[in-house]
Design a protein around this ligand. Structure first.
Ligand code: ADP
Length: 660
């Protein structure tokens, strides 16, 4: 009401300002009785002509509420009233009777640890992918549990607006000298506390140049990446010993290092080969290698080994030989130093971003050459699915979506669907399933499977929107499909966060046909928004999506109980979890037949069994996808690493020998 009053005032003022109060034009009449669903903006001005004439845009742009209304009818109060009325009608019809899960209860751990994350990127200072999000979000949750957590990452200055994030970091004035590339190199440490986490940024000229994080302005990998990340790893080993945090002292040498991907992969090697073996420290430290994507291993010709600052007798940990068919020519032995291999060989534990991916990287298809050594270490290999940022992706408070909603009432979701249909220039219909795809257009994400199925899919009564950029051919396909199936297909080439949010909220179904997927975030966002995923049964996708069970009861209570059961332990109370209606569909083979089988099934269910659909939405939305939930599992991994003796502990073993 307060809001309406404010709008009323704003409206009056506007009328006065524009001298419109004398205007006799009456407001357009709405139909008698209940307002027509979809008439949320108070009028239905012909949109295509408006957008074409006034905005000169190809796509009818209808994102901003008022702009589409003819000027005479510009009345914020009427618009708002219509919106509220329509919302009320929908809301009455769409109560689920389910209360949203309360936020997690934070309890302090009884075993606080000192933890050091080492990463080449961290949100919001630097980001190219999920790795950055993990290192930005997880440490905060661990701090809430009572751990002391540091994140070590480069101090990038790349001539972009991300640079300014580093403005909050101050020089700790404790520099370190590290030995690599045949010399001694000095680095500085900048420090910023954020949500109780110590973010430490390694300062060196090699991180300060215009371009990408890993690539130059032309998109070519920086030729000195091996130097840049060798430096990061060595510097990170110094940070807990050197930096004296005001009032709290140093972290000391009993820390748990979390080395993320190959960029930080030398940390476990440096700890074992130098600090423990020669410098008699870090005996009680532990090292955990985290694999976010095994495609990148940091391999360089074996002749670069002396660069790495690792004692010679540790060469064998790093050596990797490419199989014959991958070598360049007859005389090429294919010998490289593979940093990720060295990390897997020497760290105390290995962790990936889902249990399914942990299994897959032990197979020839998924291991990308590291399957043998990973299999050897399988008893120390685990997977934990990433959490999501519950504030950034929250249907009840999404700054990019017009209509808020949560699991207790799905009216807002329907309204967002209509808004999205209008925005895209689709026919506004509640009964047609609206499908979405969001992601990089590359081989991993499988958009080619959608391309290959498009004719069959467009035979169905569906609407499909794809958002993404990448391989030119696939961008071209999206344009072609939009022309060919103009009433059913929209392709949006580009990277656009607001549109990604509106697709996630407005669609009924999210397509995620990834060939492989270490964890995957979009299916998690989708489920939180009650959008049911159809995905390839791989990696994190099969771990996080529960297949639709056609024999389940469509009872909301069963759905909630199933969600809670699958949260509690992935393989614990499977029985209850399996009694639920499920949260999506998984196809087992990467072919159009299996994919389309799921799509047709899902669309049929959508049309014919709204009650079951609702139950699936409830199960999807009732899951605990929080980082806190994930943090509790990470904590277990840390504890296990502390219980076992270190995997590489040459020095002490020798001493042990002498004593006997
Ligand atoms: P990956 O890290 O392999 O690209 P994830 O599913 O883990 O895949 O994360 C992808 C993230 O990038 C998600 O947050 C997704 O919403 C976002 N994203 C991908 N493509 C686009 C796009 N074209 N526009 C907006 N956001 C996108």
């Amino acid at each position: 009401m307060e809001q309406i009053r404010q709008l009323q005032e704003a409206n009056e003022k506007l009328k006065t300002d524009m001298d419109l109060f004398a205007m006799p034009e009456p407001l357009p009449e709405r139909p008698e009785g209940a307002p027509e669903p979809g008439s949320t903006q108070g009028t239905s001005a012909p949109k295509s002509s408006f957008s074409a004439d006034v905005l000169g845009m190809e796509m009818p742009y209808l994102g901003e509420g008022e702009t589409r209304v003819g000027f005479q009818h510009f009345d914020k109060v009427e618009n708002e009233k219509a919106r509220v009325e329509a919302m009320q009608v929908e809301q009455a019809a769409r109560v689920t009777g389910v209360t949203p899960r309360p936020p997690p209860k934070y309890e302090k751990t009884e075993w606080p640890l000192s933890i050091v994350f080492v990463s080449s990127e961290v949100t919001p200072w630097s980001k190219t992918g999920g790795l950055a999000d993990v290192c930005g979000s997880l440490p905060r949750e661990l701090v809430k549990r009572g751990h002391r957590v540091m994140v070590v990452s480069p101090y990038y200055q790349r001539g972009t607006k991300e640079d300014q994030h580093f403005a909050g970091a101050f020089d700790t004035c404790s520099n370190a000298e590290v030995g690599l590339f045949g010399g001694s190199h000095e680095v500085g440490f900048m420090h910023q506390v954020y949500d109780g986490v110590d973010f430490v940024f390694v300062k060196h000229d090699c991180y300060e140049r215009p371009g990408g994080i890993y690539v130059d302005l032309e998109g070519q990998a920086w030729p000195d990446n091996q130097f840049r990340y060798t430096l990061l790893s060595h510097a990170a080993c110094e940070a807990p010993l050197k930096i004296n945090f005001e009032g709290k002292g140093t972290y000391g040498d009993e820390v748990v290092f979390v080395a993320n991907d190959w960029h930080a992969g030398l940390v476990p090697l440096v700890i074992a080969s130098k600090y423990r073996q020669y410098w008699n420290t870090y005996h009680n430290a532990r090292t955990i290698t985290v694999i976010h994507n095994i495609l990148h291993q940091g391999s360089e010709p074996a002749t670069t080994f002396p660069n790495l600052g690792i004692p010679d007798d540790w060469y064998w940990c790093l050596e990797y030989q490419y199989p014959e068919h991958m070598r360049a020519h007859e005389l090429d032995l294919g010998l490289v130093v593979n940093i990720l291999k060295g990390a897997v060989a020497t760290s105390d534990r290995v962790l990936t971003v889902s249990e399914g991916y942990a299994e897959e990287i032990c197979t020839p298809l998924g291991g990308k050459g590291l399957e043998t050594i990973l299999t050897e270490r399988k008893h120390r290999l685990d997977g934990v699915v990433n959490g999501i940022d519950l504030d950034e992706w929250n249907p009840a408070e999404d700054e990019f979506c017009e209509f808020p909603y949560d699991v207790s009432n799905l009216a807002g979701k329907l309204m967002n669907k209509r808004a999205l249909q209008r925005e895209l220039g689709f026919e506004v219909r509640d009964d047609v399933p609206l499908l979405g795809f969001i992601g990089r257009l590359d081989w991993q994400k499988g958009p080619d499977l959608i391309r290959d199925s498009i004719a069959e899919m467009m035979n169905e009564d569906v609407q499909l929107v794809m958002l993404g950029s990448g391989i030119g051919e696939l961008e071209g396909f999206m344009q072609w499909a939009e022309n060919t199936y103009n009433d059913k297909f929209r392709g949006w080439v580009g990277f656009n966060v607001p549109v990604a949010h509106r697709i996630t909220a407005g669609c009924d179904i999210l397509l995620m046909p990834s060939r492989f997927e270490p964890c995957g975030l979009n299916q998690l966002y989708a489920m939180r928004y009650g959008t049911l995923p159809i995905a390839h049964a791989t990696g994190g996708l099969s771990d996080t999506i529960t297949r639709h069970n056609p024999f389940a009861m469509d009872d909301p209570e069963v759905a909630v109980a199933a969600a809670i059961a699958s949260d509690e332990a992935p393989d614990g109370n499977r029985e209850m979890a399996d009694l639920g209606p499920g949260t999506g569909w998984l196809f087992d083979t990467m072919d159009t037949w299996s994919f389309m089988y799921c799509v047709s099934n899902a669309c049929k269910l959508f049309r014919e069994n709204p009650k079951m659909w609702r139950a699936m939405q409830i199960q999807a939305m009732s899951q605990d996808l929080s980082w806190y939930h994930a943090a509790l599992k990470w904590e277990k991994i840390f504890e296990w690493s502390k219980i076992d003796p270190p995997h590489c502990e040459i020095n002490q073993q020798h001493e042990h020998h002498h004593h006997h």
